[in-house]
Write a new protein. Sequence first.
Lengths: 114, 116
Amino acid sequence: NAGVTQTPKFQVLKTGQSMTLQCAQDMNHEYMSWYRQDPGMGLRLIHYSVGAGITDQGEVPNGYNVSRSTTEDFPLRLLSAAPSQTSVYFCASSTRTSGYNEQFFGPGTRLTVL
Amino acid sequence: AQSVSQHNHHVILSEAASLELGCNYSYGGTVNLFWYVQYPGQHLQLLLKYFSGDPLVKGIKGFEAEFIKSKFSFNLRKPSVQWSDTAEYFCAVTPTYKAAGNKLTFGGGTRVLVKP
């Protein structure tokens, strides 16, 4: 199993450009989520999905869109990048049985918006 | 909404010293508690977790944490650190009610530097 994979690892954008951060998992996990990590602020939840076709907003959703057409993939789209979106982005996945299950994190995408 | 505070932003210590990292959370109901570690250049890994039962939980690599409900705390400890423990450590919580799903709320993190 590859676990949770993310592409690209690094990306530099200009203000106003759009891009999609890719996330895939091969563990058949129902639950997937996107976090951003900023210095001194830990990780903050952007969007999450409890299954294919179902998504919802997290703590900091503005400026980001998501969709979940398959169980395996959960892309994060920036429609018009802003310098405030400079961050490290982590995707995570877990099973969704009763109670809590451990989340597995991807290696991250470091995004810089100029 | 819940929140998590980690009081130490940076900790520097020598090998063989003991480590204790503080974590306090704010939430009116019951929570599940976690400590994650991020080694330089790597993704987050789960160190340990508390769901219920014995409030003293043991994790990987010799780490342990104690849940003190009355203090809303979940402090991380290691009796003797090694240079390889240099990393950033994150405390996280999630409410236990089912609708909360698996949404984690993280603290700001503590960077630990262990000098050889």
